[in-house]
Structures are given as structure tokens and as C-alpha cells.
Design a protein around this ligand. Structure first.
Ligand SMILES: [Zn+2]
Length: 298
């Protein structure tokens, strides 16, 4: 399934009759939910709600939006999720390691609470759309967005359309070539040493026994991280031939990382690709939340 991507244009406020309605956005993350109301990067107010149990977190989400005059909502959700509208479990979070949320009907719950239409997609698909609308891949027909944080995920836009496939891409779990000096087993509960298992925030913390934010800029951790993330970019370039590849997420706050990734990427490309995609960091503070806002327009 390839969904037509309408909002690759300027954001608009939905108008019904003579009444202008605000749009609501939810970025559901593994550690926090961001809930916002607005029209775009320059007009967005948001709050944070900790991710605990569905009952507790969604009660706070519902309470927030009951105070807002929003006509529609977009929900950009951590995965895996069921985004196939024909599926009986559409709107569910599926096989997440976060057990209270496993097989949870998050869209159903919020629709019941808020009685508003809710558009639903993965957090990385939403972020990919936000980047191509307002961010680092703005206006480009072909782009890939990776988030590198608690987990790793990727979303792709090809010929101006977001790719869903039969479910949604799971680029964070691609298999990569291990660095010869790396003996770390990996943290992915399903695959151990897939990309997420070797290069996510929790993988960095487990390998180096300290939070990634406390690792110095010149630590060898960042060379290894770039070695792995460049492979993700290279695979994306080979599969999809994007104009741009954008990296976001907490781990990318390490500012020298994107330059290291570029160097590793060029080494991997080895002159074989005639056109290299532009690699860059996300330029949006809340790509997932902004993507949710774009979802709400659909
Ligand atoms: Zn994995």
C-alpha cells in the first residue's frame, strides 16, 4: 500500500463552514508523549506527558485535548503499529517490548475519549513527512528519515509518496557489517546485533557503561556509531536512491556525528554511486510532533 501524501505543501488550517478549527498532534514515544496544538513549526504549543501505562498516560492526553478546540488529531506513534486500515487490529500498537502497551488499541481508546477523527502512522513516517515539508529534505521528492534514539527507525518518501508497504518499513532492524574490533553482543531482544541492537541509545549505554550524553566528543564510541549509521544510510541509498537522508533522534545531538557519518558513507560508496544523497541532521526540534500535525490534515 502506498498512501498519497497530500501535505507536501504549506500547512493549512482546516476550515469547516465559517469556523476555523485547530488541529491537534500527538507524538507517542517510548518515554514521553508530546501533545500539541497549532499549524506548524512557528505556531505550535505542546506539553510533555510521561509514558507509563496506557490508562494513566492516555488519561492525561485526553484531559489535555478536552481543553483544546481541536477538530481533528494526528497520532504519530512508536512501533511496531498496525496502520493497515483494512486490518481488524488497525490502530493497535503491536509487538512492542513495552508490555503494558503490547497489542493496545491506542487509536480506539483516544477516539472513544475525544470523539474526533484521528489519523495514525508511525512516528518515523510522520517525521519523514515533516522533514520534507519544513525540514532538512524540504521540497525533495525522495528522502529517508532515520531516528536514532531509544530505538532506531526509518521512514521513506519516494516520488513524493510515503512508503507503507504491507505494514511499514522497519529500517532500524536491518543487519549490518560488524566492526572487526566490536565484540559487543547487541541489545535488540529479537536480533541481538541488528542496527538498533548495536547503535541505539541503549546499545551505546550498555556497551560503554555510561549514558551516551556523557561520552566525550573524541570518544571512540562516536567512530563506531558513525561506522554503523553510515551503513544504514548506504543501504537506504542503494534501495531507494533518495535525494536526501536525514538523521534525527536523541543520539544525533552529538554534533560531530553527522560529519563522521558522511566520511564513512563516502568510503562505503567508494565512487560506485554516481549521485550521492545529501546527508544531514534534522533541522526540526519536534519532527515527530510536526508530522503528527500534518497527519491531522489528512
Ligand atoms: Zn533488531
Amino acid at each position: 500500500m502506498i498512501a498519497t501524501l497530500e501535505p507536501l505543501s504549506e500547512p493549512r488550517t482546516v476550515v469547516s463552514g465559517e469556523t476555523s478549527h485547530l488541529l491537534g498532534a500527538i507524538e507517542a514515544g517510548g518515554t514521553k508523549f508530546l501533545c500539541g496544538v497549532g499549524t506548524g513549526p512557528d505556531n505550535l504549543t505542546s506539553i510533555e506527558i510521561p509514558t507509563t501505562t496506557p490508562a494513566e498516560t492516555l488519561a492525561s492526553v485526553a484531559a489535555y485535548f478536552k481543553q483544546q478546540q481541536v477538530s481533528r488529531l494526528g497520532l504519530a506513534c512508536f512501533g511496531p503499529v498496525d496502520i493497515n486500515r483494512a486490518s481488524p487490529t488497525y490502530g493497535h500498537i503491536t509487538n512492542t517490548p513495552k508490555l503494558p502497551w503490547r497489542d493496545y488499541n491506542i487509536v480506539g481508546h483516544l477516539k472513544k475519549e475525544l470523539a474526533r477523527p484521528i489519523s495514525f502512522d508511525t512516528d518515523v513516517n510522520a517525521a519523514a513527512v515533516a522533514e520534507s515539508t519544513w525540514g532538512a529534505s524540504q521540497g525533495l521528492a525522495n528522502s529517508v528519515y532515520f531516528t536514532i534514539g531509544t530505538g532506531i527507525g526509518g521512514g521513506a518518501i519516494v516520488d513524493g509518496r510515503l512508503i507503507h508497504g504491507s505494514a511499514h518499513p522497519e529500517m532500524g532492524h536491518i543487519l549490518i557489517r560488524r566492526h572487526p574490533a566490536d565484540t559487543f553482543a547487541g541489545v535488540c531482544p529479537s536480533h541481538r546485533d541488528c542496527l538498533e541492537g548495536l547503535a541505539s541509545g541503549p546499545a551505546l549505554e550498555a556497551r560503554w557503561n555510561q549514558p551516551p550524553t556523557t561520552l566525550p566528543n573524541d570518544h571512540t564510541a562516536w567512530d563506531l556509531e558513525a561506522y554503523y549509521l553510515a551503513q544504514a544510510a548506504f543501504s537506504a541509498a542503494l534501495f531507494l536512491s533518495p535525494d536526501a537522508i536525514v538523521f534525527g533522534g536523541g543520539v544525533m545531538r552529538q554534533q560531530q556525528l553527522i560529519t563522521k557519518i558522511e566520511i564513512e558513507f563516502e568510503a562505503l560508496a567508494a565512487g560506485y554511486l554516481s549521485v550521492l544523497p545529501n546527508l544531514s541532521e534534522s533541522r526540526l526540534q519536534h519532527a515527530g510532533l510536526l508530522g503528527a500535525l500534518l497527519l491531522a490534515q489528512q
